[in-house]
Design a protein around this ligand. Structure first.
Ligand code: ACM
Length: 264
C-alpha cells in the first residue's frame, strides 16, 4: 500500500484556509493512507475555552470530517486526521479515520499533554483498531507515544500500522519510534507539524517537524526535516507486520509473560 504524511505549518484559527490547503494537496496525490497532524486545521495553542468552543466540531456535523469523508470517498483512500472534537459541552483531542465509504471512526487522545489538560477531557474511547481493505489501522495521538502501553495495546488488538497525528515539541519521539515499532513489529506514521506558536506570553511552542515513517523492523523509512513542509508517500509492505516470530524460538506476542508484569 502507498502511505504517508503531510507535514506543514497550520495557521492558528484559520480553519478554512488550512483545510483548503490540505484538500488541494491530497486531491493531486495518489495514496491509500495519509496521516495528517494533530489539530491539523485549527492550530494547537489554545488560550481559552471559548477558542476551543469556537474551533471545535462535532464529529457527525462538522465541516472538517465531512470534507475528509468526501475526499476519501472520491479518491477511495483512507485519511487519519486530528481535530478538536465537541461533544455537548465537553471537548476532546480526537482523530478521525475516513475511508472509501466515508467516516469510519474516532479515537480520543488518552494521555493529554501540558495545557491540553486545561481545555480537554482525557479520552474515553480506549485504543481502537479498524480492520480495513488496506490492513488493520490503529490510532494514537502525539504524547500517547510516551506510554509504551498505548502502542502495545494497539498491536495486541491487531494493528499493523499505527497512524500517529502529532504536534511534537519535545525532541524524543523520532528516535524512540524505532523501538516502539520493533518491539511490536508494526509500522508507524508520525505526522507532525512545523512552525512556532507564541500566543501566550512566555510559552512559545516550537514544533519539531521530523515526521517519520518507521518500519516493522525499526528502520526509519522516511524522516522529514525539522522546519520544512513535506508531503511524503512510500510503498509499505504491511503484511510484514503480521509475523511476530523473531526466530525459531521467540515470538514477540506469545513469549509475553503478563503474569510477571505488574502494570497497575
Ligand atoms: C503533544 O502531545 N501534542 C505533545
Amino acid at each position: 500500500m502507498k502511505a504517508g504524511f503531510y507535514q506543514f505549518n497550520p495557521e492558528f484559527g484559520e480553519k478554512d484556509r488550512n483545510l483548503q490547503k490540505v484538500l488541494e494537496t491530497l486531491t493531486r496525490a495518489t495514496f491509500d493512507l495519509i496521516v495528517l497532524p494533530e489539530f491539523f486545521a485549527t492550530g494547537y495553542q489554545f488560550t481559552t475555552k471559548d477558542e476551543v468552543a469556537e474551533l471545535s466540531e462535532t464529529i457527525m456535523d462538522g465541516k472538517t470530517v465531512k470534507a475528509l469523508s468526501d475526499l476519501s470517498n472520491e479518491k477511495s483512500c483512507y485519511i487519519v486526521a486530528g481535530l478538536p472534537e465537541r461533544d455537548k459541552d465537553l471537548f476532546y483531542n480526537s482523530a478521525v479515520l475516513t475511508g472509501p465509504q466515508g467516516y469510519i471512526g474516532t479515537y480520543r487522545k488518552t494521555h493529554l499533554f501540558f495545557e491540553e489538560k486545561l481545555f480537554f477531557q482525557p479520552g474515553d474511547t480506549g485504543f481502537k483498531v479498524w480492520d480495513t481493505n488496506i490492513g488493520c489501522i490503529g490510532i494514537m495521538i502525539c504524547f500517547d507515544w510516551f506510554f509504551p502501553e498505548a502502542m502495545r495495546t494497539l498491536a495486541l488488538k491487531g494493528a499493523e500500522i499505527i497512524a500517529h497525528p502529532a504536534n511534537l515539541v519535545l525532541p524524543y519521539c523520532p528516535q524512540s519510534m524505532p523501538v516502539r515499532c520493533l518491539e511490536n513489529r508494526v509500522f508507524a506514521i508520525t505526522s507532525n507539524r512545523i512552525g512556532i506558536e507564541n500566543r501566550k506570553s512566555g510559552e512559545l511552542l516550537k514544533y519539531i517537524g521530523q515526521s517519520q515513517i518507521t518500519g516493522h523492523d525499526g528502520q526509519i523509512l522516511v524522516r522529514a526535516s525539522e522546519d520544512e513542509e513535506a508531503f511524503s508517500i512510500i510503498e509499505i509492505e504491511i503484511e510484514k507486520a503480521r509475523d511476530k516470530q523473531l526466530n525459531k524460538y521467540n515470538n514477540l506476542f506469545t513469549d509475553r509473560r503478563p503474569d510477571m508484569y505488574n502494570l497497575s
